[in-house]
Structure formats: structure tokens, C-alpha cells
Design a protein around this ligand. Structure first.
Ligand code: PXP
Length: 261
């Protein structure tokens, strides 16, 4: 299974100070050396983390194929068409959201999506649609001519966290919190089975299948067992882990500099 590393969170940290450190560009070589297969970034309409210059530099300099997540908005599609990354993943975008909250509405009449996909294909950019794992969404994505679908695994990740972590005691806005442990276990199994059977269905239609959102070092293993999922895009948990993996060395190095005086 391939790994796409979403490096948006490096830009989020940079934006906290509005300076140029840490520079997401520096992550490219590190991710490549560590065995990643793809770099994933999201150029949001509000540019809250990645900026246009980041996207330009990352697509130009990445040693790995770049998967550029974007909204269907024409001005963003213009930029993606100019940059010509290996793949564009069209995601739903709401300004007020903290992160991408659900899959794209692909069913029904979507001339905007058809137009965006045609424009991306003209530039030989593979298209992926970030969808909730439903049969209707897969069929719609197939009908729209996408090469890839990416299943939103947020629901799976939430159920997993409620069952295996203390999220249930800290998070009061999730309706499933009223469920018993047995019901949670059943729902988690059901969600996994849905991801498995629908990825088989999508692959039979000729679609490549990716998955992502909320995947981490605890919950990723059952997903990896689904052979028809070819790729996972993971961001938050990798960057969160890297803070602690790197903190000790970072403190030692600055302490060393300070102690010399
Ligand atoms: N895939 C898509 C399409 C996303 O929008 C995101 C979140 O930016 C991810 C994967 C990665 O999710 P996370 O940061 O929770 O690992």
C-alpha cells in the first residue's frame, strides 16, 4: 500500500508566526528518504496554510509525485491546471471548517465538477474525488470519469477513537457517544466492512482507491488489511508524532549552544 504524506500541518505551524520557518519545502526530501510514495498538499481557497508560492515550489521540486487537494472553484482549478501536479484530489471546502469534514457531494447534477474534471484532464492531471464510502458516490465518481476515489475515513477514525481512547470522556459533540461499547464495536466492524466491500466494488469498476482522514498509528492497521485500497493519505498524526520524535534532539541542540557560554 502506498503512503501519501500530507504536509499541510507544517505550513499551519509556520502560519502561527507568519514567518518562513518551518518551510514545508524542506519536508520533501525527508519524506522521500523515509519511504513515502507521494506528497499531498491542500491549497485551500482561504490559503490558511499552504500558499500559492508553496504549491509552485512543492510541485516543481518534489522528488515524489504531488497530489494537490483542491476545491472545485474555477480560480483554484486554474492554478492547479497551471501547476500540473501528478494528481488533483477534489475535496469539499467550507470556510468555517477546521478540516475537511465529509466527502464531496458527487451525486446529482454537478456541471461544475464535470467542467473542472475536463479541464484537469486536458492538462493530463489524474483526478481523484474525495467521497464518503457509499455505492452511489462511487458510481457517480466513475460516471464523472475520475481515475481515483479517496474514501473519507473520518467516521471510521471517530468510532475507533471512541472505542479505544478517552475521546468518549473529552468530546461531547459526537452523537455516537450515547452508544454502548458493544454497539460501538459493531459500528466499527460495519464501517470497516463497508470500506472493504466498496473498495472492491470501486476497483471492479476500474477506479483506483485511496483513503484518508484521521488515520493514525493506532487505527491504520485494519485499513491496511483491505487489499483493494492502494494508498493512504495521512497528515495530522505523522506531523504530531514528528514533534515528539524530534523534540528531544531539538532541546539538546539548543541546550548545547546555551551551555557553551
Ligand atoms: N485526505 C484528504 C482528502 C484530506 O483532506 C486530508 C486532510 O487534509 C487527509 C487525507 C489527511 O487527513 P489527516 O490530516 O487527518 O491525516
Amino acid at each position: 500500500m502506498h503512503l501519501g504524506v500530507n504536509i499541510d500541518h507544517i505550513a499551519i505551524l509556520r502560519e502561527a508566526r507568519r514567518i518562513n520557518d518551518p518551510d514545508p519545502l524542506q519536508a520533501l526530501g525527508v519524506c522521500a528518504r523515509a519511504g513515502a510514495d507521494q506528497i499531498t498538499i491542500h491549497l485551500r481557497e482561504d490559503r490558511r496554510h499552504m500558499h500559492d508560492e508553496d504549491a509552485v515550489a512543492i510541485v516543481r521540486h518534489s522528488p515524489l509525485p504531488v497530489n494537490l487537494e483542491c476545491a472545485v472553484a474555477p480560480e483554484i482549478i486554474d492554478i492547479v491546471c497551471t501547476l500540473r501536479p501528478a494528481r488533483a484530489t477534489i475535496v469539499p471546502e467550507k470556510r468555517e471548517e477546521v478540516t475537511t469534514e465529509g466527502g464531496l457531494a458527487v451525486t446529482g447534477d454537478r456541471p461544475d465538477l464535470e467542467h473542472a474534471i475536463a479541464r484537469l484532464h486536458e492538462q493530463e492531471i489524474d483526478v481523484s474525488l474525495f467521497i464518503d464510502p457509499t455505492r452511489e458516490a462511487i458510481e457517480a465518481a466513475h460516471g464523472l470519469g475520475a481515475e481515483w476515489i479517496e474514501f473519507h475515513t473520518g467516521h471510521y477514525a471517530n468510532l475507533y477513537a471512541m472505542l479505544h481512547t478517552n475521546l468518549a470522556r473529552t468530546h461531547h459533540t459526537i452523537p455516537q457517544l450515547e452508544l454502548t461499547r458493544r454497539e460501538l464495536k459493531e459500528q466499527l466492524q460495519h464501517e470497516l466492512e463497508t470500506l472493504r466491500s466498496l473498495s472492491v466494488y470501486a476497483a471492479e469498476l476500474g477506479l483506483h482507491v485511496a483513503a484518508g482522514h484521521g488515520l493514525n498509528y493506532q487505527n491504520v492497521t485494519p485499513i491496511v488489511e483491505i487489499e483493494t485500497i492502494e494508498e493512504l493519505n495521512i497528515g495530522q498524526s505523522i506531523i504530531a508524532r514528528s514533534v515528539f520524535d524530534g523534540l528531544e534532539r531539538a532541546v539538546r541542540e539548543i541546550k548545547h549552544l546555551i551551555s557553551e557560554k
